[in-house]
Design a protein around this ligand. Sequence first.
Ligand code: ASP
Ligand code: MG
Length: 418
Amino acid sequence: MHVYKFGGASVRDADAIRNLAGIVRQYGRQQPLLVVVSAMGKTTNALEELFQLAYDGQDYSTQLARLSAFHQSVAADLGRAQETQAAAKAEAPLLSDLLTELADRLATVGPGDYDRQYDQMVSFGELLATCIVARALGLQWLDCRPLIRTDHTWREGRVDWPTTERHITAAVPALLAEGPVLTQGFLGGTAGGATTTLGREGSDYTAAIFAYCLRAASVTIWKDVAGLLNADPKIFPDTVRYPEISYRETIEMAYYGASVIHPKTLKPLADRRIPLRVKSFMDPEAEGTLIHDCHHPMLAPAFICKTNQCLLSFESKDFAFISEENLEVIFGALAQAKLKINVMQNSAISFSVCTDYSERRIHQLLDLLREHFTLHYNTGLTLFTIKNYDAASVARLTEGRGLLLEQRTRSTFQFVCK
Ligand code: ASP
Ligand code: MG
């Protein structure tokens, strides 16, 4: 069997969904196919905003009406059985029921565990999208939440692999024998039945989870770019596509923040040697990129840019050296505040880390460490990484920029700047 994953851009409106239908019809009908779909367009951002308003006790009616109207208009445009009652077991819920449930649940949001409530609300994007797409294409609809078991790490659920594999292998092959199956990216569920999410942009990971458990022959991620490129074409004008690349190189690029594939996607695929194709949904005949077990010569330098960075520096209050004991306290606090280290560097009496900026998490960190350390931080920064760098690529990227922190290994050059 094969797995296809379609991201937000490939289901952004009715035309995009018709295009997706064409791809599934043309390439997917020959073999058993599981299709994973993300929330439509920027719906996840819209749900985050809605949730924030509800959590803060503010009026969100305009935003909710806009989100509902958008999904209803796409469904209406696509027509076909959008509002007929679910007949078969594997049929999607009614869009109107889902929208009512979203409204009802938003009304219950309030003070309490922020991240847990976030998952219960923001997960509606994928439910709405798969509901619309399944009905429009006449595909079997599968709720992935009872299958993908995670722990209670809200917003970044950690997958319980043995349980998940047992669930998926028990439920999915029989459905696949009936025809293509459509399910949600990004979502999982706890043993108690609460919804979890797997981390922003986590739908790629979902495709890998199903592929791993079902021992898929391949995974294809359909994107709005021609394949895996050496840089984001929105930022760098002259990109090159890698026709073929190893799992390892791709894992490293994803780790440094190349937004093309969610970083957790590669390991399950590499473990079972399942090839991953990245293809353009606008040009499905084009070659794209094949990620698999391969050896290749030195690749073209990859430029990876992470914006909205925060550079923190910790100084011990008593001018003591940054010792292992101090680092232990700092790392513990970073983990507790769920701040991930993108780069770090230490000197005699100070230690610096670059993380993604989140005001809430930075304040939590400050509270945890205030007693022992003086903290300084700068926000609004950019972290650039050049993988497989050479002198020319370094010169090109650093020219005219004030570097706040810089680090190089044999293969990777990284710097933080304004
Ligand atoms: N819809 C989710 C997000 O935007 C997951 C995904 O797109 O992969 O983060
Ligand atoms: Mg998305």
